[in-house]
Structures are given as C-alpha cells and as structure tokens.
Design a protein around this ligand. Structure first.
Ligand code: EPZ
Length: 419
C-alpha cells in the first residue's frame, strides 16, 4: 500500500490542468445502460472509482473499451442484477438502479454499506421509483425494484438536508423511459446533474429545467447512442485553488469552469486572496495577511461540502478564529483529529468546527479516512514544517487523478512511497 510523503514549506507556482469530473463521469457511465447502442464518453478521469463503475457495467454484460480518457460502452444485452461484491466498493454504484429500472423494468442492486462521512440513506431515491409506479423491496441486503410499466409522476425529492444529487440522477434516469411526463420538485442543481441531463438529451431524452429546482421529463419509448465530453472536476479545481492559497506565490488552474467554483473563489476572496478568473482557467494569488472566515456548506450553488475539509486545512494557519458549519454531512470531520496531530487548534461544536489559526503546522504521520479528508491532509503537509506522511492514499486515488504529480508540477516536494 502506498503512502504520500511531503516535505513542507515549498511555495507553489505555475499552472496545472484539471481532469474530468468524477461525480459527473460516474452517473454518465451508468446512463449508457439506458440504450443498446454504443456511447462514447470523453475526458473520463483515470480513478479507482471510474474503474469500479466500468467493472459493474462489464458485470452487467456491457462491452467496454477504454483508452486515455475515452470510454466506449455498448450495452447491447444486459442483466439487471449488480451483486454485493461488485458494488460494495463504491456507494455511487447505487446510480445503476435508475437506468436498469428504466430499461429492464427491474433491478437488483446491493444496498450501499456504511460511510465514514456520515449517514447516507437512499430513501429519496426509492421514494422517486415508487412514485413512478415501481414496487420496491429491500431484502437480503439487496434493493429490488420492478415495474411492468413506469408512469410519469410529480415527485418531491426534498430531504432533511436539502436535495439529493445521486437521487435526482437516479430518478431522472428511470423517468426518461417512463410513459408520460415526470416533474421532479426540489431537484439537485449541481453542475454534474446538468451534465447528466445534457448527455441524456443527446441520447434522445426530453429533459427541461436542468440546473433549476424543477425538472420536467417527458418520457420517450427508447434512447439511442451518443458521444459526450465530461465537464471539468470542480472539486479538484477547488482543491488546487486552496493549495495555491495555502502556500502559493500564484497558481493557475487550467481547463476549468470558473462559474462552477464561484462559492469557493468567493470564500477565498473573503479570506483576502486575489482571484483572477479567465474563460477556462482561474488563478489565485496571495494578497497580504489572510483573514479568518465564517461559512457553511450548502447544496449547489452554495459552498460545497466536498471542499469543507480543504478549507479547514487553509484556516488552520489563518490568524484569528474561523468557523465552518457542515450542513450536508454533519459528522464529516474525520480530518480534524489528524490536523490537530499536526498542531492545528480546532474544536467541534456540534456540526461546526471552530478554528483558531496557529503560526505553523508541524509535519507528522497522519491517516487518510476518506477522499476529501485525505486531500486536506496533503494540503496541510504542503504548509507544515518538516515531513508529513499520509497513509491509506487509496482514498485519494478514488477521486484525484495524479494528485502528487500535479503538485510536483507546481513545485511541491511530494512523493509516493511504499508503506
Ligand atoms: C453526491 O453524493 C457526491 N457523490 C458527494 O461527493 C457529495 O458530497 C454529495 O453529493 C453532496 O454534494 C457523487 O456525486 C458520486 P446526496 P450523494 O444524496 O448524491 C441526505 C465526494 O467526495 N440523503 O446529495 O450520495 C444525505 O444523507 C463525494 O466526491 C437522504 O437523507 O449525496 C445527505 O445528508 C462524497 N436521503 C444529503 O441528503 C437520500 O435518499 C445530501 O446527500 C439521499 C440523501
């Protein structure tokens, strides 16, 4: 197993290119199950999570070819059962339920297990399928959904913590082949949901309102093959912008979509950093002594929960008291204990992290627990005095393509070593 070793204190500068979005690629790859014709997806990031999704598609009977970011899927004949040992490694596997129900009118997928970032039920997904006329049964650790026919319906997907991203994706993918019109109220507005709707419409679906709280889906008898390029990864973009803020002399994140990270750049600007957005790139520059901030995570276009840990790493050495409230996954603070091992001063008050900035962090061996927490530990290691060793980096490989290589391009002293 690998770990990442970082010699901290090196200023970052230069330009890196972001990869395609993980959270867009996963549901779009699942959507290829909706047609028996071939689909070609460009800019698919080389991550363990996208590999897992392709293994699920192959297990279901699809032909898959992959070459340097281009994936072709031909789901001519498919099965409708995705068992535990295939889906247990990735929660997002749940998003094959909608396409299988839409196309095969039945699906059996293993229930996702526990998650370190918090409670992650799928009741809203199932509520949507039931509204479309499907019978839903949970037995033997599996979800079984089936319907002789799906009918359009009005579905409210509002949950306790707001809309659901994969729930909106799943119900949308089932509804595109339903008879009649479906209206999804309180739909998620994330750019990844819009990217999926764009791809489905290229396949012949009739979806309106993507990016708003209300989706209108007019069912069609069948879909055809299509080609699509995945949007830039806005969380990877945000992660590098925070890296540039933590110890940069000025870095540029290229092949990005500035609009998708406005809440992140607004937070960095509030801290005092100078932000320069261009057509498809964003630069961040130091601009005097950074200031503390107060912010809360929220559904898009609010501040993303997937950037909360990285901001904790930045605010750990920002003079003054900052506060971050996690409103989507209230327990998502596995990184706090590890940052405290590096000398950070942070207290949790319910779902709020109260951060008193310290002059400096000290390198230490730390343990990654989930994808974004591990990115935060790497960012803290870039800032810390001495050497930081982040173990369990397989978490990073789930969602960041060549993170250490890209940071080296910016001047970081970082390497991957065997445990
Ligand atoms: C997506 O997860 C992302 N994953 C997550 O990114 C991201 O943190 C999350 O959206 C929120 O932005 C992918 O796109 C693959 P939700 P998802 O359903 O769709 C509650 C990363 O780091 N809820 O929008 O699973 C839920 O518990 C990952 O890349 C219900 O109560 O998240 C949470 O509190 C981590 N019932 C809130 O809604 C449901 O049926 C939002 O979850 C579904 C969700």
């Amino acid at each position: 197993m690998d770990k990442i070793r970082i010699q901290g204190g090196r200023p970052l500068s230069g330009t890196i290119k972001v990869s395609g979005s993980k959270n867009s690629a996963l549901p779009i790859l699942a959507a290829t199950l909706l047609t028996h014709e071939p689909c070609t997806i460009h800019r698919v990031p080389d991550l363990s999570d996208t590999h897992y999704m392709l293994q699920i598609l192959v297990h279901l009977g699809a032909q898959v070819e992959r070459a340097s970011g281009v994936v072709t899927v031909a789901a001519e004949k498919i099965a409708s059962v995705a068992p535990y040992d295939v889906v247990r490694r990735m929660r997002a596997s749940v998003c094959v339920l909608g396409p299988l129900l839409g196309r095969c009118k039945e699906a059996t997928v293993s229930l996702p297990g526990g998650c370190v970032i918090g409670d992650r039920p799928i009741d809203l997904h199932l509520r949507g399928f039931e509204a479309l006329g499907a019978a839903v049964r949970v037995e033997g650790g599996n979800i079984k959904v089936f319907a002789p026919k799906l009918r359009g319906a009005i579905i409210n997907l509002a949950g306790k913590f707001g809309p659901t991203v994969l729930g909106t994706d799943n119900v949308m993918m089932a509804a595109v082949l339903a008879e009649g019109t479906t209206v999804i109220e309180n739909a998620a507005q994330e750019p990844e949901v819009v990217d999926l709707a764009t791809f489905l419409n290229k396949m012949g679906a009739k979806i309106e309102g993507a990016g708003t709280r209300r989706l209108i889906i007019e069912g069609v008898p069948e879909l055809h093959g299509a080609a699509h390029e995945i949007i830039p990864d806005r969380i990877e973009t945000g992660t590098f912008l925070v890296a540039g803020a933590i110890c940069g002399k000025g870095i540029t994140v290229a092949r990005a979509e500035p609009e998708h990270v406005q809440s992140v750049t607004a937070a960095l600007a509030t801290c005092g950093f100078r932000i320069n957005p261009e057509r498809d790139s964003i630069s961040v520059y130091p601009n005097g002594v950074p200031k503390p901030v107060e912010l809360g995570t929220a559904p898009y276009p609010g501040f993303p929960t997937d950037m909360q840990a990285q901001m904790c790493a930045l605010l750990a050495t920002t003079e003054g008291t900052s506060m971050i409230t996690e409103n989507i996954f209230p327990q998502r603070y596995m990184h706090v204990a590890e940052l405290k091992r590096m000398g950070a001063r942070m207290q949790l008050d319910g779902a709020t992290a109260v951060i008193d900035g310290v002059d400096r962090l000290l390198g230490a061996p730390v343990m990654a627990s989930d994808l974004r927490a591990s990115a935060a530990l790497v960012l803290a290691g870039l800032k810390a005095d001495g050497v930081t060793e982040v173990s369990r980096v397989y978490h990073i490989d789930r969602g960041y393509e060549n993170l250490d290589e890209k940071l080296r391009e910016l001047g970081a002293q970082i390497e991957r070593v065997k445990e």
